[in-house]
Design a protein around this ligand. Sequence first.
Ligand SMILES: Cc1cc2nc3c(=O)[nH]c(=O)nc-3n(C[C@H](O)[C@H](O)[C@H](O)COP(=O)(O)O)c2cc1C
Length: 135
Amino acid sequence: MREKLKQVIYVSERTDLSEDSLTNIFDTSHKNNPEKGITGCLLIGSNSYLQFLEGPNLRVEELYSKIKLDSRHKNVKQLHDQSVEEKLFSSWSMKFAPFNNLEWSNQEFDSGNFLNIEPEGAINVFHSINEVMNG
Ligand SMILES: Cc1cc2nc3c(=O)[nH]c(=O)nc-3n(C[C@H](O)[C@H](O)[C@H](O)COP(=O)(O)O)c2cc1C
């Protein structure tokens, strides 16, 4: 039987705004995610992160537990948790998308503040990104 897949979206407040911390998260994600079958997209706002994680159930839960404990952000709030049959971002081990550099960007997010985003808005953002990127 095929492994069950799930998607998680959370928003969090950045505590470390340095480039070094982003580079480190980028390197770690690209090292770890492929071997775990995890894919997704991390939106980097001025004060916040909005991350979409997907992959095999247990792998996503494991990673999300680690991420919640990471001191480079705080107030991690889960917006979405769903079992799915297919991935949305199957070819991205973790797409890093700075908020000021997004083709899909709109006024609501131009400030790079994702903290007040509603679950439905967050889901829509990732679906739009997927459409823009994959045509
Ligand atoms: C906003 C944010 C997103 C992250 N995304 C990932 C990720 O997609 N994959 C990953 O392995 N670690 C990610 N991390 C890092 C984890 O919290 C943790 O430091 C890392 O998984 C530990 O990896 P290691 O066990 O190989 O040292 C993220 C951290 C933050 C703050």
